[in-house]
Design a binder for this molecule. Structure first.
Ligand SMILES: Nc1ncnc2c1ncn2[C@@H]1O[C@H](COP(=O)(O)OP(=O)(O)OP(=O)(O)O)[C@@H](O)[C@H]1O
Ligand SMILES: [Mg+2]
Length: 388
């Protein structure tokens, strides 16, 4: 039985990783400095963007690139709230499923590496500090540490990670890659780290229309399914070029074509699929709306949605003025800054590489907020009490 090639869901590799050439090039440029005559990483990497834009899948790509094309050792972890960084790294290196990868090493290479690692673990648990352990490993073979969901780091774990990485990369080919939501910036700031400022930052927003179109049509085409041109453009528009919605559309169209036993999707078949897409989209928005409600952010989210109406972006000053509900100019009070940070953390608004403008984070969540707000009476919703 044929399986649907599309992968809507967290961290699932899409059948076509579309529109990330620039991000992949940035990665490759930095990574290649780890090998060669005078190895060393010029900068660590921060990959950041709102949920559902493809940070985890890009990390998967980077992991594969490091291991298969560059022959580096790669360790992949997510922050733990219960285990120390050292313990986590030891665990990753010492288990049969270790994410230690050596190019073309085959089983012999892997077992040799495990033997080496085991010896080091013993040494480390006896005396070696984490820094010297990692330095030793990196000097054997360039070492890349990938940390996904980095915005969830607790201060103690995060401090250890940043300090360790800073010391190791001084004299060994070692590089740290952090991936997280835009809240990662505040998380690092709270640790008083200059890491954000001095890292190579790669923002991950939505795809462009050509890439979104490719991401949907190529896997369908490879499965022998074509789309009428008009159908493709409608679907791309409805996906808002948001990677998660792109996979959702691809998956729904593939299912529809298989069920109808046809190999071309026309308007009539497309008409039957809207319900499925709207349902899944609605479920997602409901979740995000609940988060806004829990943080008492619905009224301010509504004002921002109104400010964005008919526009793709608004200026930094306009955003702050909207949040303050009055003119605050260039010196917004702390409470306004805090609200903006919280809304960024919730992916309601998003700032890519252009520092003076803001975009919607999760696409068309603002429209959902407006629709939901219309259904609420001020009297029966504490969200709409004055002064919220
Ligand atoms: N470049 C791309 N082309 C097509 N689909 C993509 C692309 N990047 C990601 N996707 C799809 O988008 C969805 C979300 O990807 P992913 O889970 O990596 O996002 P994320 O940014 O890590 O989200 P979160 O912050 O929730 O962890 C997945 O279904 C994935 O297959
Ligand atoms: Mg992710």
């Amino acid at each position: 039985m044929e399986t649907n090639p599309f992968k809507p869901g967290r961290g699932r590799m899409p059948p076509l990783l579309a529109g990330r050439d620039a991000a992949q090039k940035s990665f490759k440029d930095v990574l290649q400095h780890l090998s060669g005559p005078s190895p060393g990483a010029p900068q660590d990497i921060i990959l950041y963007g709102p949920r559902g834009n493809g940070k985890t899948v890009l990390l998967h790509w980077a992991e594969k690139h490091c291991a298969s094309d560059l022959n580096y050792t790669v360790l992949s972890i997510t922050p733990s709230h219960t285990t120390s960084l050292k313990q986590q790294l030891m665990d990753v290196l010492d288990t049969p499923q270790a994410q230690v990868t050596t190019e073309r090493s085959g089983s012999l290479g892997i077992s040799l590496l495990k033997a080496l690692v085991k010896r080091s673990v013993v040494q480390s648990s006896q005396a070696q500090s984490l820094v010297s352990f990692l330095r030793e490993k990196a000097n054997e073979n360039p070492l890349v540490l990938l940390v996904d969901e980095a915005h969830t780091m607790l201060p103690g774990w995060g401090h250890e990670l940043l300090n360790t990485s800073q010391q190791v990369c001084k004299d060994a080919p070692f590089m740290l890659v952090l991936a997280g939501t835009p809240g990662l910036r505040d998380c690092l700031r709270d640790m008083q780290a200059t890491f954000w400022a001095r890292s190579n930052k790669i923002p991950l927003g939505r795809l462009d229309a050509a890439a979104a179109s490719d991401a949907i049509s190529t896997p369908l085409h490879n499965a022998g399914i074509s789309l009428e041109p008009d159908v493709l453009s409608q679907v791309v528009t409805a996906s808002q070029c948001y990677p998660y919605f792109i996979q959702l559309w691809g998956s729904i169209l593939w299912d529809a074509a298989k069920e109808a036993k046809c190999n071309q999707i026309d308007q009539a078949l497309l008409a039957k699929t809207w319900g499925a897409f709207d349902y899944k989209k609605g479920m997602l928005y409901q979740e995000y709306y609940e988060e806004l409600k829990q943080k008492h952010m619905v009224p301010v989210a509504l004002s921002i949605a109104q400010a964005f109406e008919g526009r793709e972006a608004i200026s930094d000053i306009e955003l702050h003025d909207t949040v303050a509900g009055e003119h605050v100019g260039v010196n917004p009070p702390d409470s306004v800054l805090e609200t903006v940070r919280e809304l960024r953390k919730l992916d309601y608004i998003w700032q890519g590489s252009e520092k003076t403008v803001w975009h919607p984070g999760i696409p068309s969540l603002m429209t959902y907020v407006q629709t939901e707000a219309q259904n609420l009476e001020p009297d029966n919703s504490s969200d709409f009490s004055p002064g919220m």
